[in-house]
Structure formats: structure tokens, C-alpha cells
Design a protein around this ligand. Structure first.
Ligand code: SAM
Ligand code: DTB
Ligand code: SF4
Length: 331
């Protein structure tokens, strides 16, 4: 969708916007289902990049301890626990700029993915930059979806990160798509961006061809020691509005209400689900930051009468609209 179309939607009275997003949601998804995804940081901290929201950058004194890549045995233990508590997607994150074919750490990740992929959950990884070869190897090892967020608008991106560019992010997404992986791509609200920036980000994401399989909408969790530690909290009604517009712009994507749920009331989360969110990170911890307790989430979903989605580990990536050019088309 174009920026102008997204702006017109965003400016609707909230109830009118949500009427529309709810209708799109019901046409494309079971109305009472939420996907539970477990996140695991398999390599924490010490990252070379300077993303100003991130506690894992080596440049900031955030208090996050640097840890080595987890062993396959420890990851498998956590993946089995995730499956036992009802998660249907297992997302592994690494605090790296990217991965390279032939390195020991990438070989180790491929080995981990191979085994996790046998558990019947969807397998998602987020490892930073990928080339074509690395993307093909991940697909071959059993990755269902690659998470790589654009995070904000192309215009605001250089204010947030200086060690890589928005174009670099798009190139990785292109490689993931070409390798046949689904793409999970979203962003963060609360980076000091304007509403225009948020909608420009959504314009980029919604114009991917194929469109992403899932879209995480994160609310900034201000991390002590990072340049954005004092940023104000995102207005929950702005978050709900953004989710509603995302649902309309990318009807078939899972819209994931991601980081920042600990700062939201149950009522605000309910509105986000009603506006079109149908996926959450489930488990007491995100990568380094807190997430609501499992029991709390279970209680909320029960109160709302929401069920949980079955896994679809064999899912094929959304297909490309052949009448249009594949996008991003940056390389
Ligand atoms: N290094 C890889 C990368 O940058 O793509 C993967 C890990 S990175 C931590 C994954 C995503 O987490 C970021 O793109 C960002 O959207 C989100 N994130 C990181 N720190 C956050 C924070 N403090 N609040 C909200 N979202 C955050
Ligand atoms: C995404 O969009 N959000 C998740 C996942 N993809 C990797 C990460 C959230 C990180 C929140 C901050 C932290 O835990 O350090
Ligand atoms: Fe590194 Fe990713 Fe954090 Fe940026 S967001 S500092 S690339 S871990």
C-alpha cells in the first residue's frame, strides 16, 4: 500500500479503522486464535553494531553480560520446554552483525537448526545480515522464517543506526526471500520517529513482493545505558492504530504484538488483539528484556476466550506476485 493510502487509513476515527481491520482479520484468519512464539537468545551481547535501542550492542554499558553461542543440547532443552508449554514457533536470536558461510559459529547454528526443525514447531532465526549462500543453507537446514526488521523508516534509520544501512537490511531480506524462506519483518515504535516515519516503514514492508509472512510490531523497551534509555513510552492507542493499519495493509501476515507488552495493561493488549494482532512472544523473557509471565498470558487468553494456533512448520513462503517486480529489488 502507498504512503497516502496508509495515511488515509491511519487518520480514520479509531472505531472506524478497527471496524475495517477486524473485517480484514476475519476474512483471512480464525478470529479467536493467537500464535504463541518462544524467543531464545542463543548468543547474547557483545554485538559490533550500534543500534541505539539495543542492550546487546558492545558500545553501550547496558549491564548485559556477553555470552557465547549456546550449545545444541541447551538449545534443544529450551525448545522442548517451549513446545511443552504450547508454543508453535521457536525463534532463535543472535547478537551478531551477520553470519558467514564456512565459519564455525554458522556451522554450529545450522546444526542447531537441523535438530530444532525436527520438533514440529515453526523455526525462526534472526542472525543479522545474510548473503545468498547463507540464506540457502538456512533454508536447507530447516528454517521456516527469517526475522530481519527494517525497524523504522528509511529516512529515520540513520538516526538510529550508523554501522549498517537500511539498504543493507533490504538486501538481507531479498536473500531470505530468494532462498524460499518466509520473511518476518517489522519494526519498533518509540525510536523518536514521527507517525509519518511509522507509515513510511509500513509502506516499505507492505510493498515487499512477496509480502512478509509475519510482522512483529515492537514497542521500544528503553534499555538502561543505551542512547534511547529515556525515550517516552509509546501511546497504547497509537500502537493499536498501527496494528490495525498493518492488518489491513498485509492481510495474510501474522501481526505479532512483540516487545513491550510488560508496559501494556491487559485492556491495551486486548485492544491490540481486536485491532488485528494474532501472535505474541510467550515466555518470561524476550532476548534480554522481560516479557509477561506465562501464567499471566494464559489467564489473559482464557479471559478473552482466545485459542492458540497450530504450528505449520512446512509452510511454504508466501508466493511472489509475478505480474509485479520482486521486491525489495536492491541487489
Ligand atoms: N542482530 C539481529 C538483528 O539486528 O536483526 C537479531 C537480533 S535483534 C535484537 C532483533 C530485533 O529486536 C531488532 O531488529 C529490534 O526490532 C528488536 N529489539 C531490539 N531491542 C529492542 C528494544 N529495546 N525494544 C524493542 N525492540 C527491540
Ligand atoms: C522482534 O521483532 N522482536 C524480538 C524478535 N523479533 C527477535 C526481539 C525483541 C527484543 C526486545 C529487547 C530484548 O529482549 O533485549
Ligand atoms: Fe546487534 Fe541486532 Fe542489537 Fe543491532 S539490534 S546491536 S545488530 S543485536
Amino acid at each position: 500500500m502507498t504512503y497516502d493510502q496508509l495515511t488515509a487509513l491511519y487518520q480514520l476515527p479509531l472505531f472506524e479503522l478497527i471496524d475495517q481491520s477486524r473485517a480484514v482479520h476475519k476474512e483471512n484468519w480464525p478470529a479467536q486464535e493467537v500464535q504463541l512464539c518462544t524467543l531464545l537468545s542463543i548468543k547474547t551481547g557483545g554485538c559490533s553494531e550500534d543500534c541505539s535501542y539495543c542492550a546487546q550492542s558492545a558500545r553501550y554499558k547496558s549491564g548485559v553480560e556477553v555470552e557465547r553461542l549456546m550449545s545444541k543440547e541447551s538449545v534443544m532443552e529450551r525448545a522442548l520446554q517451549a513446545r511443552a508449554t504450547g508454543s508453535t514457533r521457536f525463534c532463535m536470536g543472535a547478537a551478531w552483525r551477520g553470519v558467514r558461510m564456512g565459519t564455525q559459529r554458522f556451522e554450529q547454528v545450522l546444526d542447531i537448526v537441523n535438530d530444532v526443525a525436527k520438533l514440529g514447531m515453526e523455526v525462526c532465526v534472526t542472525l543479522g545480515e545474510l548473503g545468498a549462500e547463507e540464506a540457502a543453507a538456512l533454508k536447507q537446514a530447516g528454517v521456516t522464517a527469517y526475522n530481519h526488521n527494517v525497524d523504522t523508516s528509511p529516512e529515520h534509520y540513520p538516526n538510529i543506526v550508523s554501522t549498517h544501512t537500511f539498504e543493507d537490511r533490504l538486501r538481507t531480506i531479498r536473500h531470505a526471500q530468494d532462498a524460499g524462506m518466509s520473511v518476518c519483518c517489522g519494526g519498533i515504535l518509540g525510536l523518536g520517529e514521527t507517525i509519518e516515519d511509522r507509515l513510511k516503514m509500513l509502506e516499505v514492508i507492505s510493498e515487499f513482493n512477496p509480502q512478509p509472512e509475519s510482522i512483529p510490531i515492537n514497542a521500544l523497551m528503553p534499555m538502561p545505558g543505551t542512547p534511547l534509555a529515556e525515550n517516552p513510552q509509546v501511546d497504547p492507542l497509537d500502537l493499536a492504530r498501527m496494528i490495525a493499519v498493518t492488518r489491513i495493509a498485509v492481510p495474510k501476515a501474522k501481526v505479532r504484538l512483540s516487545a513491550g507488552r510488560t508496559m501494556l495493561t491487559e485492556e491495551a493488549q486486548t485492544l491490540c488483539f481486536y485491532a488485528g494482532a494474532n501472535s505474541i512472544f510467550y515466555g518470561d523473557k524476550l532476548l534480554t528484556a522481560k516479557n509477561p509471565a506465562v501464567e499471566k498470558d494464559r489467564t489473559l487468553l482464557t479471559k478473552l476466550g482466545l485459542g492458540t494456533q497450530l504450528p505449520n512448520p512446512d509452510m511454504t513462503a508466501p508466493s511472489c506476485d509475478l505480474s509485479k517486480e520482486a521486491s525489495p529489488s536492491c541487489c
